[in-house]
Design a protein around this ligand. Structure first.
Ligand SMILES: O=P(O)(O)OC[C@H]1O[C@H](OP(=O)(O)OP(=O)(O)O)[C@H](O)[C@@H]1O
Ligand SMILES: Nc1nc2[nH]cnc2c(=O)[nH]1
Length: 183
């Protein structure tokens, strides 16, 4: 669904910046260091969980100075809404995963349902090992643990750095909480 320009501007004006771009870039540096320790020398297959992880993937991979390959996996459960539903698979590269040391890269761990589902699917598909990393973790209970986290933020509806609000704002260079009246 398209947002008209005045609605878009209103959402942006009412939103609150929780993490600046400088803080996010520092978090990406820390994630790269942690992932290098875990994965350098293992020739991992990095799986970008589309669509939101496209931004963290693009920012993180040039910081990883070791042999790796990139593929994508697409499981979604929000589909432009601010509340999650059932998991919907759009792309599951089962054949490519067999025997690989997999790193699942996502933008956010919220309830943890998506990451739990994707990690289970990779194990079912015969990955040699599965590690997970998210740019943002919400401070709340999750269905699964994650190995590497960028920043931890309050349990509000967020946009920026890949996170969308109704399909928009993924390109915003900071993490913002949407005002209650807009959620
Ligand atoms: O921990 P959870 O509560 O399961 O939520 C996290 C998931 O929600 C978002 O995906 P979404 O379905 O919105 O797809 P998108 O990546 O296209 O935005 C995000 O990219 C995570 O994959
Ligand atoms: N954009 C966005 N997507 C999510 N998916 C799960 N939680 C969130 C959130 O807070 N913001």
């Amino acid at each position: 669904m398209k947002l008209d320009a005045s609605t878009y501007a209103g959402v942006a004006q009412r939103a609150e910046c929780l993490v600046t771009s400088e803080e996010m870039e520092a978090a990406l540096d820390r994630m790269a260091e942690a992932l290098t320790t875990r994965l350098a020398g293992k020739d991992p297959l990095v799986l970008c969980v589309m669509t939101g992880a496209a931004i963290v993937t693009g920012l993180l991979l040039p910081r990883l100075d070791f042999q790796l390959r990139l593929d994508y996996i697409h499981a979604t459960r929000y589909r432009g809404e601010t509340r999650g539903g059932d998991i919907f698979w759009r792309h599951r590269p089962s054949e490519a995963i067999r025997g690989e040391h997999v790193l699942i890269l996502d933008d956010i761990l919220d309830e943890g349902i998506t990451l739990d589902h994707v990690a289970r699917a990779c194990r079912e598909d015969g990955a040699a090992s599965v590690q997970t990393a998210v740019l943002v973790e919400k401070i709340r209970p999750h269905r699964c643990e994650v190995d590497v986290v960028g920043v931890k933020v309050a349990d509000r509806y967020l946009y920026g750095y890949g996170l969308d609000y109704k399909g928009y704002f993924r390109n915003v260079p900071g993490v913002y909480a949407v005002a209650d009246e807009d959620v």
